[in-house]
Design a protein around this ligand. Structure first.
Ligand code: PRP
Length: 213
């Protein structure tokens, strides 16, 4: 892991994550490869971002004797932003199979870039859990800000954001609205273009995961 110029933004610089991210960026990576790699990278990143999660003692019996082991102390809720977040969430779920999953559906108007919420289903007791909000792209940050508004309204205060690529402009905007939100990303890219796409980026993650491009 390495720090960025923003204290709340951590870049997961693990070489395996960076190698896979490069393949994801490659326009010649097909839908099947893209979807598989998105899940893999997300799983690797989730391993890093959960390293400070609290544990409690769990006593079990090995075939030999009693042993004081550990269990995760709190429930975990994964919240992918539909659609693109789903591809990452599946990978994270493999690492954290007991995690619950909430969903927030948001799409960005292609002209105004304004986010619209079209679906929201969260576990009733989400406020008691560690929440990982998942979206591959942090571009203008409109989608993430809207999702975080929604999570805070539901009482969430233990929140980490997991994304693949983030734009500096979006990080600044996110920090202005929700200061100190912890963001874990595989890369902070150069900038946004005039259409709100991240450069160099990886294209439209949702379209590349689901083959709708
Ligand atoms: C994309 C992406 C993020 C959002 C990022 O979703 O998956 O959710 O845009 O942009 P922002 O930071 O400027 O809000 P999109 O609206 O294309 O929907 P999709 O995931 O269904 O493809």
């Amino acid at each position: 892991m390495s720090e960025s110029k923003w204290p709340n933004v951590v870049i997961i610089s693990h070489p395996v994550v960076q190698e896979r991210l490069t393949v994801l960026r490659d326009k010649d990576t097909d839908v099947e490869g893209f979807r598989r790699l998105v899940g893999q990278v997300a799983r690797l990143m989730a391993f890093e971002i959960t390293r400070d999660y609290p544990t409690r003692t769990r006593t079990i019996n090995t075939p030999m004797e009693t042993h004081e082991g550990v269990a995760l102390a709190r429930a975990i809720t994964l919240v992918p932003i539909l659609r693109a977040g789903l591809g990452m969430a599946e990978g994270v779920h493999q690492l954290l199979p007991s995690a619950r999953m909430g969903h927030i559906g948001i799409f960005r108007n292609e002209d105004t870039l304004e986010p619209t919420v079209y679906f929201r289903k969260l576990p009733a007791d989400i406020a008691d859990s560690d929440v990982i909000l998942i979206d591959p792209m942090l571009a203008t940050a409109g989608s993430l800000i809207t999702a975080i508004d929604s999570l805070k309204e539901a009482g969430v205060d233990k929140l980490k954001v997991l994304c693949l690529v983030a734009a500096p402009e979006g990080i600044e905007k996110l920090n202005a609205v929700h200061p100190n939100t912890l963001v874990f990303t595989a890369a902070v890219d150069r900038c946004l273009n005039e259409s709100g796409f991240i450069l160099p980026g990886l294209g439209d993650a949702g379209d590349r995961i689901f083959g709708t491009g």
